[in-house]
Design a protein around this ligand. Structure first.
Ligand SMILES: Cc1cc2nc3c(=O)[nH]c(=O)nc-3n(C[C@H](O)[C@H](O)[C@H](O)COP(=O)(O)OP(=O)(O)OC[C@H]3O[C@@H](n4cnc5c(N)ncnc54)[C@H](O)[C@@H]3O)c2cc1C
Ligand code: FES
Ligand code: FES
Length: 1329
């Protein structure tokens, strides 16, 4: 086998060869299959493993192949987790290490991504680098659209994508990164800008393009000549790779392929492996033989004739895209309608990597029910050219083929040679239509391919075809409907009949997989309506006299939202010109690890080399929500090769249940996903295989409580009620003009950190010591849980954490629980344990943000003044306490947000249910709770005929006041953020423009909303911090502190603090890791206080050291730092010290419901504008403006990064992120396929962020903690969507108020924009035939 891996070490290649000889490495092993097999990742740490299903892009690498026919080299991106190693014979693979490295030279792509602040945790960064790099290899001067397109398959949970796109745009031919878009002046022409209102100097440059090294495309490594020689070798032979259980065969030519297909008719043909790969991995499919004709010349061609085009089955979807673009540029428009329809869907089908891997043949044959291309191909009358040893034949790519009728199928020995797509004709219309949870890289909720042929010169239907995807187990044809409409005129009556008929023909049962039955049925006819309008428009274009055009108000229904490249301005305070140039505080300093992130040299736990004797752990989790464990039978698992042990509750030497958290289920299970036992084996594959063999017998127990409503019925709570109250609420209700009551549902959220939970537990020989390396926010909790489980003192447990690939609250308590689970396994086996959760297990076990049910009763005057509010909160805490009580406390305390309501009561309780235990998540309850407040403000506005913004203004805190829990604060920064947000975003003018737009457009509506925010930092019991600072004799400084680096730039800010305090350059300071042996009893890095409290601790340590050095400096004021250190050493001055910050002084008396609960408040405001498609429920975020009170930002790049990242995470939470459970409590959403976080296409087209300057003397350098605050500002998108939906409903004469819930998914939007189609679906409910 010949594979050129840039930077591959010899050992690795020998590892591969070993695999080929069948010594344990199966031929189907993917290039980056199991994170637990680092050897097979060639000892390279760059290529990350996050989902394993091709859905996140973290594992992106570049594959290059030489085409002997064209003599060209083809570079393309792939997701390594789906690439079988054997398929790479003859290819060169470039990983991020091959692009550049700190040890040699970093590549401009890596440099710019880092310097543009495009990395935070850095886990996605190598994948991002590879996507941009591969694009540059093909297009050295790409367009901004190409950059956005190239990044569509890469998920980032931290940054909000804006800086990543911006780094890519620096390679575009024209400078497109001007941050002063629309101002008439380029940011590069001016250093700073004044705010006219306050004459405050504002900067807009977060990085300096002049510092970038030039990009020279000629300097890229050459393609290995040996691979060219190999590709051109006329004497190629069939290749066979044999593994223990499987054989991989690559035929040498077409005849050989046909021979193989005859010998192994059941063997799959592996092309892109994007259908077969996931089936093997997630559905346990097994194939003893694989045939891979990838690269076989006979399958790669385009043949264009007068009637149509034939495209080789081997063409990747990306190549198909290029070929179709070429054809549409050559052919007259009327012939290319099918190609245009295909091109539209090819742009959004998966991400660039999958489009480059998946092939036309594979797509057609695998016939996924969600297929975006097959319905169009069928509607366009495509045919499939088949070949076997028997000869060639053609079959139609029609309804029977797509519905998998046996008689219309391929024979098992046949291969698809090509697909023929006929040209469309003059009186022929073809369209592709689709709607997905997110615009790009998401399976369609419903899609369709439709075509109609008319009798020449008329609108009489001659042929009609409609194919729908995602409405059943296969793509289905509405053939009966079409048949009945032949001969009909293309008019409204025909449409009405067609809708009725198609609803009757396509039945989606109430319990259909994927749910959303009513919505999907509505889409069936909404998409048909879109097609109807498109065709009418087309007919009108052909003969305007004969065929009337569609109403002007309907035109906007025709087009899907375009994908635009995002842009925007970031503004922040300029550094005082008198500040010493060496002092980095206040400057947008790059993340301390940014370059290492982009080169892949930043080490995450999974990247750590194998440890001698280490074992891998796989979990066995409960499949029942509430049941008694009758039996755990481990015998079959223990009998499997490589299995060392099965660990259960019986093996826990200490407490198995600590603070209400159960490590291993004992006697009973209390949720689906609870860990019952773990299997330790020599490889992860063995452990996983054995885990499947553990047999558990359950007996279901009652009650099984899944929802909040069920918990309320059963009075099932995790803690007592929390309440705050001011004024006399009951009395006030008697004197108000109006009272409204309502309910708000806010669903939960998955953290979806890119790096899943990972732990390395290494038992030591002596004194029961245990060394743990893991990803967390709280080392002390981890230590505490492990100590409890092992029943040993905490001083025996050394915990290390270097960096986490994202956390967002999900790595506070859960790593502690998983740490205890792994430590018990390590203790029992006496061997190191590597425990890495697969994405699906991670999502299942660790849960996320608490879903909320909010109830309100509001009394208000007709002028919009709210006099009384009575709020109730119930959150779904899941099966154990975790942080639920604390989350509820925070929710209640922050419930008033920015509004003064003289008579205010808020009560809340966390519910105990049989779901996995929900936990901390960025914003800690605030993002859910505050939706209730904004919902009733919106409802009040509607009742008073005011805008929500007017009601907000009327009720907003205006002067120094006391909160409902009686904490005094000055809302001046809040008012400033709010005012500037409305003014600078031209809110009123744009609102008017949106109203105008809405008047002119019936099917698309625009909405705007602005939300103010009064957020709090801090968690009272964890605001102390410690630091340890050593100065070494060469002057270098090592800083350790109690905070964990999660991507939020904490270490970067700490270096800035130490640099200022010690008055030395940042380069002198190093920060290695957080561990319990240097800083003990470290509290969580949470509550947006990481930099606040650790900054004070580092400052304290540095000031102590500085004071010690003072006499030495005074003696030699002109000396250098190095000389002073040397002198100090000679004078026996200690150059090492700890620093401490005892924390903010806060208090809260829950009996009285009052206290100074928070050290300070963070204020902000955001305004968003959206457009919604009332027919599909899709929305487009047009613009967002954020004004955040940052006081004095220690690092504007880090702070803006946090705000943007949190905003996008919030936006995802409020719109597209949707966790789905069965009524039995089984989580369905277990990976990127069925849980959609925002991609680059979801972020605002225009995204402006301004840091507003204020004072905050209590915090270090008068800064503020901004890690979480941006999350809630994402709700401006939710309320803008509601504004748009309200406009649609007003126009349709519907009630003014309607129930608000979150997330505003496409389903919710569509079903709220009630119209004749939703009515029709509700009327036409029928039983299956
Ligand atoms: C992350 C991800 C996202 C996706 N998103 C979308 C999406 O948004 N929309 C969408 O429509 N699809 C989507 N897909 C599905 C994707 O389009 C298909 O998996 C792909 O087209 C299959 O092609 P392949 O070359 O990878 O097939 P393979 O997996 O290699 O093969 C699939 C099947 O086809 C057979 N086969 C392949 N070639 C031939 C041939 N020449 N002759 C006979 N049989 C053949 C094989 O035997 C096998 O049974 C997605 C897939 C992934 C992994
Ligand atoms: S790990 Fe490969 S795409 Fe997610
Ligand atoms: S920086 Fe992208 S996932 Fe963390």
């Amino acid at each position: 086998m010949r594979l050129c891996l840039k930077k591959a070490s010899l050992t690795c290649l020998s590892g591969l060869r070993r695999g080929n000889r069948g010594s344990g490495v199966p031929p189907t092993l993917n290039l980056c299959r199991e994170s637990q097999l680092p050897t097979l990742r060639f000892h390279l740490t760059g290529t990350k493993y996050s989902c394993g299903s091709g859905g996140c892009g973290a594992c992106t690498v570049m594959v290059s192949r030489y085409d002997p026919k064209t003599k060209k080299i083809h570079h393309y991106p792939v997701t390594a987790c789906l690439v079988p190693i054997c398929s790479l014979h003859g290819a060169a693979v470039t990983t991020v290490e091959g692009v550049g490295s700190i040890k040699t030279r970093i590549h401009p792509v890596q440099e710019r991504l880092a310097k543009c602040h495009g990395t935070q945790c850095g886990f996605c960064s190598p994948g991002m680098v590879m996507s941009i790099y591969t694009l540059l290899r093909n297009h050295p001067e790409p367009t901004p659209e190409q950059i956005t397109e190239a990044l569509g398959g890469n998920l980032c949970r931290c940054t909000g994508y804006r800086p990543i796109v911006e780094s890519g745009k620096t390679f575009c031919a024209e400078s497109t990164v001007c941050q002063m878009k629309g101002s008439g002046k380029c940011c590069m022409d001016q250093e700073e800008k004044s705010f006219t209102s306050r004459q405050e100097k504002m900067c807009t440059k977060l990085y300096n393009e002049d510092e970038f090294q030039p990009f020279d495309p000629t300097q890229e490594p050459i393609f290995p000549p040996e691979l060219i020689r190999m590709a051109e070798d006329p004497n190629k032979r069939r290749l066979t790779f044999r593994g223990k259980r499987t054989t991989w065969i690559t035929p040498v030519n077409l005849n050989d392929l046909l021979e193989l297909k005859t010998s192994f008719p059941e063997a799959p043909i592996i092309m892109g492996n994007t259908a077969v790969g996931p089936s093997i991995k997630f559905r346990d499919e097994f194939h003893p033989v694989f045939i891979s004709p990838l690269g076989l010349q006979e399958l790669y061609f385009v043949d264009s004739t007068d009637d149509g085009v034939t495209i080789g089955a081997g063409y990747s979807l990306a190549q198909l895209n290029d070929a179709l673009h070429f054809i549409v540029s050559e052919q007259p428009k009327e012939k290319t309608k099918t190609y245009h329809a295909l091109l539209k869907h090819l742009r959004t089908l998966a991400g660039a990597q999958i489009r480059n891997m998946a092939t036309l043949g594979g797509h057609v044959v695998s016939r996924p029910n969600y297929s975006d291309l097959n319905p169009i191909l069928a509607a366009g009358n495509a045919t499939i050219n088949l070949i076997s040893k028997e000869g060639k034949r053609q079959i139609p790519l029609d309804g029977r083929f797509l519905e998998k009728s046996p008689e219309a199928n391929l024979k098992s020995e046949e291969t698809v040679l090509s697909v023929y797509i006929p040209h469309s004709t003059q009186w022929h219309f073809v369209s592709g239509l689709r709607i997905a949870q997110r615009q790009e890289n998401a399976f369609a909720i419903v899609n369709a391919g439709m075509s109609v042929k008319f009798e020449d010169g008329t609108d009489t239907i001659k042929e009609l075809q409609m194919f729908y995807g995602s409405v059943g187990p296969t793509v289905v044809s509405a053939s009966k409907t079409c048949q009945q409409l032949i001969g009909r005129k293309w008019n409204d009556q025909m449409l009405s009949d067609a809708c009725r008929l198609v609803l009757d023909e396509i039945y989606i049962p109430p319990d259909a997989e994927g749910g959303m039955v009513e919505y999907r049925r509505t889409l069936i006819i909404s998409l048909l309506f879109k097609f109807y309008l498109k065709v009418r428009r087309g007919l009108n274009k052909m003969d305007p006299h004969k065929f009337p055009d569609i109403p002007e108000k309907f035109v906007s229904a025709l087009e899907d939202f375009p994908i635009e490249t995002p842009q925007g301005i970031q503004m922040f305070q300029c550094v005082d010109p008198h500040q010493p140039p060496q002092d980095p505080v206040g400057h947008p300093v790059m993340h301390q690890s940014a370059i290492k992130h982009t080169t892949g040299e930043a080490v995450f736990v999974d990247d750590m080399p194998p440890i001698s004797q280490e074992l891998f752990l796989a979990v066995v989790t409960s499949t029942r929500a509430h049941a008694k464990i009758i039996l755990i039978d481990t015998s079959a698992a223990l009998a499997l090769p490589g299995v060392v042990d099965v660990i259960t509750a019986e093996d826990v030497p200490g407490d198995n249940s600590y603070q209400g958290e159960i490590f291993y289920a004992q006697n009973e299970v209390i949720c689906v996903g609870q860990i019952v036992c773990t299997v330790a084996a020599d490889t992860y594959a063995h452990a996983k295989e054995a885990a499947k063999k553990v047999r558990i017998v359950y007996e279901d127990l009652e009650p099984r409580i899944i929802t909040i409503e069920q918990a309320l019925e059963h009075n099932s709570f995790l803690s007592a009620e929390k309440k705050i109250e001011q004024g006399d609420v009951e009395q006030a209700f008697k004197y108000v003009d109006q009272i409204i009551e309502g309910k708000v549902h806010v669903e939960g959220q998955e953290h979806f950190y890119m790096e899943t939970q990972t732990i390395l537990a290494i038992p030591q020989e002596e004194d029961k010591e245990m060394v743990c390396t893991y990803v967390t926010l709280g080392t002390y909790l981890f230590q505490e849980y492990v100590a409890a489980a092992l029943n040993i003192p905490r001083n025996r447990i050394a915990c290390h954490t270097k960096r986490a690939g994202g956390a967002f609250g999900g790595k506070v308590s859960k790593p502690a629980l998983l740490g205890a689970v792994s430590a018990v396994a390590a203790k029992k086996t006496g061997r190191p344990i590597r425990f890495i959760l697969e994405r699906g297990d991670d999502m299942l076990i660790t849960a996320g943000r608490h879903p909320l049910l909010g109830k309100y009763k509001i009394g208000f005057m007709n002028n919009g003044v709210i006099k009384a509010a009575d709020i109730e909160y119930y959150i779904n805490g899941g099966c154990s306490p975790d942080e639920s009580e604390l989350v509820m406390e925070f929710m209640v305390l922050r419930s008033e947000n920015a509004y003064y309501i003289p008579n205010f009561r808020c009560r809340g309780r966390p519910c105990k249910t049989n779901l996995p235990s929900n936990t901390a998540f960025r914003g800690f309850g605030f993002p859910q709770g505050i939706v209730v407040g904004e919902a009733y403000i919106t409802a009040v506005a509607s009742q008073c005929d005011l805008t929500p913004e007017q009601v907000k203004e009327i009720n907003m805190y205006k002067r120094t006041s006391r909160t409902a829990h009686k904490q005094t604060f000055n809302p001046e920064p809040l008012r400033r953020c709010w005012k500037e947000c409305l003014e600078k975003s031209s809110f009123s003018a744009r609102k008017l423009a949106a109203e105008e737009f809405n008047k002119k457009n019936y099917w698309k509506k625009r909405g705007l909303a602005a939300v103010p925010m009064k957020f709090t930092v801090g968690i009272d019991y964890c605001s102390m911090a410690a630091a340890l600072v050593h100065i070494y004799l060469d002057g270098s400084v090592l800083v350790s502190h109690s905070g964990c680096e999660l991507g939020q730039g904490l270490h970067t800010k700490m270096i800035q603090v130490a640099s200022r305090e010690l008055n030395i350059p940042e380069s002198y300071i190093h920060l290695s890791e957080t561990n319990t042996t240097t800083v003990s009893n470290a509290t969580f890095t949470a509550g947006s206080m990481g930099a606040d409290i650790n900054g004070k601790a580092v400052q304290n340590a540095c000031q102590i050291l500085k004071a010690r050095l003072e006499p030495v400096i005074r003696k030699n004021p002109r000396g250098t730092w190095e000389v002073w250190i040397s002198e100090a050493y000679k004078e026996s001055i200690s150059l090492s010290t700890t620093g401490y910050f005892k924390g903010y002084q806060t208090n809260m008396d829950w009996k009285k419901g009052e206290g100074n609960a928070f050290p300070y408040f963070v204020y902000g405001a955001s305004c968003s504008e959206v457009e919604v498609d009332c027919l599909t429920g899709a929305h487009k975020l047009l613009r967002t403006d954020i004004f955040m009170d940052a006081a004095f930002s220690i690092n504007p790049a880090v702070d803006i990064g946090q705000i943007e990242g949190a905003f996008v995470q919030g936006m995802g939470f409020y719109t597209i992120e949707e966790l789905k459970y069965s009524p039995e409590g089984v989580l369905y959403s277990r990976g990127p396929d069925d849980y959609k976080i925002p991609t680059v296409t979801e972020i605002p087209e225009e995204f402006n962020v301004t840091l507003v300057h204020s004072q905050n003397p209590i915090a270090i350098y008068s800064s503020k903690g901004l890690g979480e605050a941006g999350m809630f500002l994402g709700s401006s998108v939710l309320f803008a969507i509601y504004d748009a939906m309200a406009a649609a409903r007003r126009e349709r004469g519907l009630t003014k108020t309607f129930t608000l819930s979150s997330p505003a998914t496409p389903e919710l939007i569509r079903m709220t924009c009630v119209d004749q189609f939703t009515d029709m679906v509700r009327l036409v409910r029928r039983a299956p035939c």
